[in-house]
Design a protein around this ligand. Sequence first.
Ligand SMILES: C[S@@+](CC[C@H](N)C(=O)[O-])C[C@H]1O[C@@H](n2cnc3c(N)ncnc32)[C@H](O)[C@@H]1O
Length: 223
Amino acid sequence: MQFASKEISSAQQAPHKRLIDDLERHLAAPYQKPLQTHNLEAFEQLLKHINSNKYEQLILDSCCGTGLSSRALANNNPGALVIGIDRSLKRLNTESLNAGELPENCLLLRANCEDIWRLCEREGLVFKQHFLLYPNPYPKTEHLKRRWHGHPVFPLLPKLAQKTELRSNWRIYLEEFELCWRHLGAGETQLNELAVQEPLTLFERKYLNSGQALYQLICQNQL
Ligand SMILES: C[S@@+](CC[C@H](N)C(=O)[O-])C[C@H]1O[C@@H](n2cnc3c(N)ncnc32)[C@H](O)[C@@H]1O
Protein backbone atom coordinates (compact mmCIF):
# COMPACT_ATOMS: atom_id res chain seq x y z
CA MET A 1 0.00 0.00 0.00
CA GLN A 2 3.04 2.22 0.18
CA PHE A 3 2.47 3.36 -3.41
CA ALA A 4 -1.32 3.90 -3.26
CA SER A 5 -2.50 7.33 -4.31
CA LYS A 6 -5.85 9.13 -4.34
CA GLU A 7 -7.31 10.44 -7.58
CA ILE A 8 -7.10 14.20 -7.99
CA SER A 9 -10.20 16.02 -6.90
CA SER A 10 -10.69 19.63 -7.89
CA ALA A 11 -13.47 22.20 -7.93
CA GLN A 12 -12.18 22.92 -11.40
CA GLN A 13 -13.89 20.68 -13.96
CA ALA A 14 -12.69 22.45 -17.11
CA PRO A 15 -9.77 24.66 -18.19
CA HIS A 16 -9.41 27.71 -15.98
CA LYS A 17 -11.37 30.80 -17.04
CA ARG A 18 -8.36 33.09 -16.59
CA LEU A 19 -5.96 30.81 -18.51
CA ILE A 20 -5.49 32.82 -21.70
CA ASP A 21 -5.78 36.24 -20.02
CA ASP A 22 -2.91 35.28 -17.73
CA LEU A 23 -0.86 33.95 -20.65
CA GLU A 24 -1.43 37.22 -22.52
CA ARG A 25 -0.17 39.14 -19.49
CA HIS A 26 2.95 36.98 -19.37
CA LEU A 27 3.55 37.56 -23.07
CA ALA A 28 3.29 41.30 -22.56
CA ALA A 29 5.66 41.33 -19.56
CA PRO A 30 8.41 38.67 -19.90
CA TYR A 31 9.66 36.95 -16.74
CA GLN A 32 12.60 38.85 -15.32
CA LYS A 33 13.14 37.59 -11.79
CA PRO A 34 16.90 37.61 -11.01
CA LEU A 35 18.63 34.27 -11.61
CA GLN A 36 19.68 32.47 -8.44
CA THR A 37 23.34 31.64 -7.84
CA HIS A 38 22.83 27.90 -7.34
CA ASN A 39 20.97 27.72 -10.66
CA LEU A 40 23.77 29.60 -12.46
CA GLU A 41 26.25 27.12 -10.99
CA ALA A 42 24.12 24.16 -12.08
CA PHE A 43 23.92 25.63 -15.57
CA GLU A 44 27.74 25.90 -15.68
CA GLN A 45 27.91 22.16 -14.98
CA LEU A 46 25.37 21.53 -17.72
CA LEU A 47 27.44 23.53 -20.24
CA LYS A 48 30.62 21.72 -19.21
CA HIS A 49 28.98 18.36 -19.95
CA ILE A 50 27.55 19.54 -23.25
CA ASN A 51 30.88 21.02 -24.34
CA SER A 52 32.57 17.68 -23.85
CA ASN A 53 31.15 17.21 -27.36
CA LYS A 54 30.60 13.50 -27.03
CA TYR A 55 26.86 13.59 -27.51
CA GLU A 56 24.77 13.60 -30.67
CA GLN A 57 21.64 14.87 -28.95
CA LEU A 58 20.38 16.50 -25.79
CA ILE A 59 17.33 15.39 -23.81
CA LEU A 60 15.90 17.37 -20.90
CA ASP A 61 13.94 15.75 -18.06
CA SER A 62 12.49 18.64 -16.04
CA CYS A 63 11.11 18.01 -12.51
CA CYS A 64 12.76 14.58 -12.65
CA GLY A 65 12.22 13.84 -8.94
CA THR A 66 14.56 10.97 -8.06
CA GLY A 67 15.86 10.82 -11.64
CA LEU A 68 14.49 7.36 -12.38
CA SER A 69 13.17 8.56 -15.76
CA SER A 70 16.45 10.34 -16.57
CA ARG A 71 18.34 7.09 -16.00
CA ALA A 72 15.93 5.11 -18.20
CA LEU A 73 16.06 7.74 -20.96
CA ALA A 74 19.87 7.70 -20.83
CA ASN A 75 19.98 3.91 -21.10
CA ASN A 76 17.53 3.99 -24.04
CA ASN A 77 19.38 6.81 -25.85
CA PRO A 78 23.08 5.98 -25.57
CA GLY A 79 24.11 8.72 -28.05
CA ALA A 80 22.30 11.44 -26.12
CA LEU A 81 23.12 13.38 -22.98
CA VAL A 82 20.10 13.27 -20.65
CA ILE A 83 19.88 16.11 -18.15
CA GLY A 84 17.50 15.63 -15.22
CA ILE A 85 16.60 18.69 -13.16
CA ASP A 86 14.83 18.88 -9.84
CA ARG A 87 14.81 21.50 -7.11
CA SER A 88 14.78 18.89 -4.33
CA LEU A 89 18.17 17.53 -3.33
CA LYS A 90 16.41 15.01 -1.11
CA ARG A 91 14.52 13.54 -4.09
CA LEU A 92 17.63 13.50 -6.30
CA ASN A 93 19.61 11.71 -3.60
CA THR A 94 16.93 9.11 -2.88
CA GLU A 95 17.23 7.19 -6.12
CA SER A 96 20.98 7.47 -6.35
CA LEU A 97 21.14 5.50 -3.10
CA ASN A 98 19.09 2.67 -4.58
CA ALA A 99 19.72 2.62 -8.30
CA GLY A 100 23.48 2.12 -8.49
CA GLU A 101 25.81 4.02 -10.79
CA LEU A 102 24.37 6.82 -12.86
CA PRO A 103 24.75 6.08 -16.60
CA GLU A 104 27.74 7.97 -18.05
CA ASN A 105 25.40 9.96 -20.36
CA CYS A 106 23.09 11.12 -17.55
CA LEU A 107 23.53 14.29 -15.50
CA LEU A 108 21.27 15.08 -12.54
CA LEU A 109 21.22 18.68 -11.37
CA ARG A 110 19.64 20.32 -8.38
CA ALA A 111 18.15 23.51 -9.75
CA ASN A 112 14.94 25.40 -10.44
CA CYS A 113 13.59 24.74 -13.90
CA GLU A 114 12.45 28.32 -14.43
CA ASP A 115 16.05 29.57 -14.21
CA ILE A 116 17.61 26.70 -16.18
CA TRP A 117 15.04 27.13 -18.97
CA ARG A 118 15.81 30.83 -19.24
CA LEU A 119 19.56 30.15 -19.32
CA CYS A 120 19.12 27.45 -21.99
CA GLU A 121 17.08 29.82 -24.11
CA ARG A 122 19.66 32.58 -23.69
CA GLU A 123 22.41 30.15 -24.76
CA GLY A 124 20.39 28.97 -27.76
CA LEU A 125 20.29 25.35 -26.60
CA VAL A 126 17.62 23.26 -28.33
CA PHE A 127 16.84 19.82 -26.92
CA LYS A 128 15.69 16.96 -29.10
CA GLN A 129 13.10 16.10 -26.48
CA HIS A 130 11.89 17.73 -23.32
CA PHE A 131 10.04 15.61 -20.75
CA LEU A 132 7.86 17.08 -18.01
CA LEU A 133 6.60 13.99 -16.24
CA TYR A 134 3.94 14.41 -13.57
CA PRO A 135 4.67 18.00 -12.51
CA ASN A 136 2.86 19.01 -9.31
CA PRO A 137 -0.71 19.58 -10.59
CA TYR A 138 -1.83 22.26 -8.09
CA PRO A 139 -5.51 21.43 -8.72
CA LYS A 140 -7.01 24.16 -6.51
CA THR A 141 -8.66 26.74 -8.75
CA GLU A 142 -6.77 29.58 -7.07
CA HIS A 143 -3.42 27.90 -7.81
CA LEU A 144 -3.39 28.37 -11.58
CA LYS A 145 -0.23 30.50 -11.25
CA ARG A 146 1.66 27.54 -9.78
CA ARG A 147 1.00 25.31 -12.80
CA TRP A 148 3.72 25.53 -15.46
CA HIS A 149 1.39 27.00 -18.09
CA GLY A 150 0.26 29.61 -15.51
CA HIS A 151 3.86 30.63 -14.79
CA PRO A 152 5.40 33.66 -16.51
CA VAL A 153 8.23 31.48 -17.85
CA PHE A 154 5.79 29.43 -19.97
CA PRO A 155 6.17 31.38 -23.27
CA LEU A 156 9.81 30.20 -23.43
CA LEU A 157 8.97 26.51 -23.30
CA PRO A 158 8.27 25.82 -27.00
CA LYS A 159 11.66 27.30 -27.94
CA LEU A 160 13.56 24.80 -25.79
CA ALA A 161 12.90 21.56 -27.65
CA GLN A 162 11.78 20.05 -30.93
CA LYS A 163 9.27 17.95 -29.02
CA THR A 164 7.89 18.36 -25.51
CA GLU A 165 6.13 15.54 -23.66
CA LEU A 166 4.01 16.14 -20.60
CA ARG A 167 2.35 13.43 -18.50
CA SER A 168 -0.20 13.77 -15.72
CA ASN A 169 -2.99 11.94 -13.93
CA TRP A 170 -5.05 15.18 -14.13
CA ARG A 171 -6.35 15.57 -17.66
CA ILE A 172 -7.34 19.21 -17.13
CA TYR A 173 -3.70 20.10 -16.52
CA LEU A 174 -2.83 18.77 -19.98
CA GLU A 175 -5.86 20.43 -21.60
CA GLU A 176 -4.77 23.77 -20.18
CA PHE A 177 -1.15 23.29 -21.22
CA GLU A 178 -2.34 22.36 -24.72
CA LEU A 179 -4.56 25.46 -25.00
CA CYS A 180 -1.65 27.68 -23.98
CA TRP A 181 0.76 25.96 -26.39
CA ARG A 182 -1.70 26.44 -29.23
CA HIS A 183 -2.34 30.04 -28.21
CA LEU A 184 1.37 30.67 -28.76
CA GLY A 185 1.03 29.16 -32.24
CA ALA A 186 3.93 26.90 -31.32
CA GLY A 187 2.92 23.73 -33.17
CA GLU A 188 0.75 20.62 -33.31
CA THR A 189 -0.31 18.86 -30.13
CA GLN A 190 -1.74 15.45 -29.33
CA LEU A 191 -3.43 14.46 -26.09
CA ASN A 192 -3.91 10.72 -25.38
CA GLU A 193 -4.73 8.40 -22.58
CA LEU A 194 -1.51 6.55 -21.90
CA ALA A 195 -1.17 2.76 -21.89
CA VAL A 196 1.90 2.16 -19.75
CA GLN A 197 3.63 -1.21 -19.70
CA GLU A 198 6.72 -0.26 -17.74
CA PRO A 199 6.43 2.84 -15.51
CA LEU A 200 9.02 5.48 -16.36
CA THR A 201 8.84 7.34 -13.05
CA LEU A 202 8.03 6.67 -9.40
CA PHE A 203 4.86 8.76 -9.58
CA GLU A 204 3.76 6.92 -12.70
CA ARG A 205 4.22 3.64 -10.81
CA LYS A 206 2.26 4.99 -7.84
CA TYR A 207 -0.68 6.12 -10.00
CA LEU A 208 -0.74 2.87 -11.97
CA ASN A 209 -0.77 0.84 -8.76
CA SER A 210 -3.83 2.84 -7.71
CA GLY A 211 -5.63 2.10 -10.99
CA GLN A 212 -5.69 5.74 -12.12
CA ALA A 213 -5.94 6.86 -15.74
CA LEU A 214 -2.80 8.54 -17.03
CA TYR A 215 -2.55 11.09 -19.83
CA GLN A 216 0.15 12.19 -22.22
CA LEU A 217 0.42 15.41 -24.20
CA ILE A 218 2.92 15.62 -27.06
CA CYS A 219 3.70 19.14 -28.28
CA GLN A 220 5.68 19.76 -31.44
CA ASN A 221 7.66 22.92 -31.83
CA GLN A 222 7.26 24.46 -35.25
CA LEU A 223 8.36 27.97 -34.31
C1 LIG B 1 5.11 15.11 -8.48
S1 LIG B 1 6.84 15.11 -8.51
C2 LIG B 1 7.20 14.16 -9.98
C3 LIG B 1 8.61 13.66 -10.01
C4 LIG B 1 8.95 12.72 -11.17
N1 LIG B 1 8.88 13.38 -12.45
C5 LIG B 1 8.07 11.51 -11.14
O1 LIG B 1 7.17 11.41 -12.00
O2 LIG B 1 8.27 10.65 -10.28
C6 LIG B 1 7.19 16.77 -9.02
C7 LIG B 1 8.67 17.15 -8.88
O3 LIG B 1 8.83 18.47 -9.38
C8 LIG B 1 9.86 19.09 -8.62
N2 LIG B 1 9.70 20.55 -8.81
C9 LIG B 1 8.62 21.30 -8.51
N3 LIG B 1 8.83 22.59 -8.86
C10 LIG B 1 10.08 22.63 -9.40
C11 LIG B 1 10.87 23.68 -9.95
N4 LIG B 1 10.42 24.94 -9.99
N5 LIG B 1 12.10 23.38 -10.43
C12 LIG B 1 12.57 22.11 -10.35
N6 LIG B 1 11.88 21.08 -9.83
C13 LIG B 1 10.64 21.34 -9.36
C14 LIG B 1 9.61 18.61 -7.20
O4 LIG B 1 10.75 18.74 -6.40
C15 LIG B 1 9.20 17.16 -7.47
O5 LIG B 1 10.31 16.29 -7.37
